[in-house]
Design a protein around this ligand. Structure first.
Ligand code: PEP
Ligand code: MN
Length: 264
């Protein structure tokens, strides 16, 4: 299989407009859960840029549990993300939720995120594969490692080898945390595949207090990068405020993980 170390033993390094993902460097993708307004996004971008992140995250199309929850600003949100890129130089990672919006999201973003809920949407996987865009493939909340590897294979089978895995927690009997962050999956994927692995301790725990410790552990477990939700004012966030870091906590996280990355 294309995803496997048998096919290719050397670690894949993906060049995203000059930012390298995989290999020896650690990358950080950070920003709000959702793009809420131009002001909120540009302030967030400035915070994550100054703290040293390489990528700005933020959803313009949000896959929400309830249809009555904020669904995202759609193309207006994508325009704000592109403006933030122009102002800061940060690369943009944002979710694409369906086949129809692959072209519009590709026009604004640097990386297409496939959300946990779409990990086995095979037609969408083929479409992002055909787009040729770098893809961040989140683990489905009930997906085994084997199913996750096969989802990446769908993308690679279209000729697109620029795939990053993202561990974001799985559903278990434990309900104190939103999900159970499976760091053993990081080591497993690094053994089985040459592709980079990113860890998202924000969705992985659902609790901002656990994000910094789990980010440190993720780097120690061999992750190639982190995805972290940061909000200028988490209490006012339209989604995932409980797991979003304040600017101050995010800066602290960046200091801690870069210290660990140097000894790895
Ligand atoms: C997100 O990154 O905001 C998101 C919706 O993540 P997931 O698909 O992992 O739940
Ligand atoms: Mn979120």
């Amino acid at each position: 299989k294309l995803v496997s170390r048998e096919f290719k033993n050397e670690d894949t390094v993906i060049d995203i407009g000059g930012v390298l993902v995989g290999g020896s460097s650690l990358v950080v993708m950070a920003g709000p859960c959702a793009v809420e307004s131009r002001e909120q996004l540009l302030v967030s971008a400035q915070i994550v840029k100054e703290a040293g992140a390489q990528f700005l995250r933020g959803g313009a199309y949000k896959p929400r549990t309830s249809p009555y929850s904020f669904q995202g600003l759609e193309e207006k949100g994508l325009e704000m993300l592109a403006e933030a890129r122009t102002l800061t130089g940060l690369k943009i990672v944002t979710e694409v939720v369906d086949i129809q919006s692959v072209p519009v999201v590709s026009a604004y973003a640097d990386v297409l995120q496939i959300g946990a809920r779409n990990m086995q949407n095979f037609q969408l996987l083929k479409a992002v594969g055909k787009s040729g865009m770098p893809v961040l493939l989140k683990r489905g909340m009930a997906a085994t490692i084997n199913e996750w590897l096969h989802a990446a294979e769908y993308i690679m089978n279209e000729g697109n080898y620029n795939v990053m895995f993202c561990e974001r927690g799985i559903r278990t009997f434990e309900d104190y945390t939103r999900n159970t962050l499976d760091l053993s999956a990081v080591a497993a994927i690094k053994n089985l595949s040459h592709l980079p692995v990113i860890v998202d301790p924000s969705h992985g725990t659902g609790l901002w207090k656990l994000v910094r410790p789990m980010a440190r552990a993720a780097v120690a477990s061999g992750a190639d990068g982190l995805m972290i939700e940061v909000h200028p004012n988490p209490a006012e966030a339209l989604s995932d405020g409980n797991q979003s870091l304040t600017p101050e906590n995010f800066r602290a996280l960046m200091g801690e993980v870069s210290a660990i990355a140097t000894v790895m």
